[in-house]
Design a protein around this ligand. Structure first.
Ligand code: BTN
Length: 321
């Protein structure tokens, strides 16, 4: 943690005022360094009250996605240890892939206030305006073979649902494979990309876009998209949501690594999945077909009893519930 992060953490942990002297002693830095960090925090939008002979008190935090804000209270081992926060980027997935080639470590998080070329699944674009959304990518370097990567996609969906539920209370669920929905409308999309050889995954990029504080969507999107703010009726600190998702992601990844917990994770996915036990429409052999979604396989395929007869596994594409 740098001085700004340490000061922010201490101010958050303290009910009343914290003196400059206490801060400088506990952090082992000069009073001038404390003052410089306080000034920088104020410039980033933190309201820090200062009173003679008493010290500093945090009275309000801005809705910013800065590394110090995200890391404050994020007690993870790897995920989010390295955070790259940009004002603008083409796509955080593209940034993560560029940085992966330059050796960025496992668990690095790349985020941007605004994406100029946000990417969705199936070659679509992802609207990523500034200020209201959480657009980020997590770089993972798992010891897995390519066929095992779909399990990470399942985990990511669960992590987002858990994070959203814990911070906002919204009943986030999953539409197969991993659209996060509230009711019938999408609140978050996940785009997983990877670089791999036949037997070895070099890295995985989990790109996650959460419509957090969007007040309204253009008419053509409003039927299908929603935001946490629209659902809950109030705005949320985006850093708190991101932090919760990162924590859940790490905990799920560690559990999955232990192996024994994978069945529990799959059960949680199935519990959250709104596509299950529903009639679904899908493309199969170049034709639009319908059937009943009856199960999800351990590798994340949707198992469907086709109306035309026969049980099939769908592993990609769009399913209409
Ligand atoms: C979908 O189509 O549902 C997936 C959308 C994924 C959007 C996120 S936003 C952060 C990351 N960067 C991108 O360009 N896409 C993903």
């Amino acid at each position: 943690m740098n001085t700004k992060e340490e000061i922010l953490t201490r101010l958050r942990q303290t009910e009343g005022y914290l003196s400059g002297e206490q801060l400088s002693e506990t952090l082992g830095v000069s009073r001038a360094a404390v003052w410089k960090a306080i000034t920088a925090l104020r410039e980033s939008g933190y309201a820090i009250d200062s009173a003679t002979n008493r010290g500093y008190r945090l009275t309000a935090s801005p809705d910013v996605l800065t590394p110090e804000e995200i890391r404050c209270g994020l007690h993870t081992r790897a995920i989010g240890k390295n955070i790259v926060a940009l004002q603008e980027v083409d796509s955080t997935n593209e940034e993560a892939k560029r940085q992966a080639q330059c050796g960025a470590p496992d668990g690095s998080v790349f985020l941007a206030e605004r994406q100029t070329g946000g990417k969705g699944r199936l070659g679509r674009t992802w609207e990523s305006p500034a200020g209201t959304g959480i657009w980020f990518s997590v770089l993972l370097r798992p010891s897995l073979v390519p066929s095992e990567i779909s399990s990470i996609t399942l985990l990511a969906g669960i992590a987002v649902c858990r994070g959203i539920r814990s911070v906002t209370g919204c009943a986030a669920k999953l539409k197969w494979p991993n659209d996060v929905v509230i009711g019938s409308r999408k609140v978050c999309g996940i785009l997983t990309e990877m670089a791999a050889e036949i037997e070895r995954v070099e890295y995985v990029v989990l790109g996650i876009g959460i419509n957090a504080n969007t007040e309204a969507f253009p008419a053509k999107l409003a039927e299908k998209a929603t935001s946490l703010r629209i659902e809950a009726g109030s705005a949320f600190p985006r850093a708190a949501i991101l932090r919760a998702v990162l924590k859940e992601l790490e905990s799920l990844l560690l559990n999955a690594k232990a192996g024994s917990a994978f069945q529990e994770i799959l059960d949680e996915y199935k519990f959250l999945c709104v596509s299950l036990n529903r009639r679904v429409g899908f493309f199969w052999n170049g034709e639009q077909q319908t059937g009943m979604a009856v199960d999800v396989s351990p590798s994340g395929e949707l198992i469907v009893e086709r109306d035309g007869g026969g049980r099939i596994s769908i592993n990609a594409g769009e399913v209409v519930v």
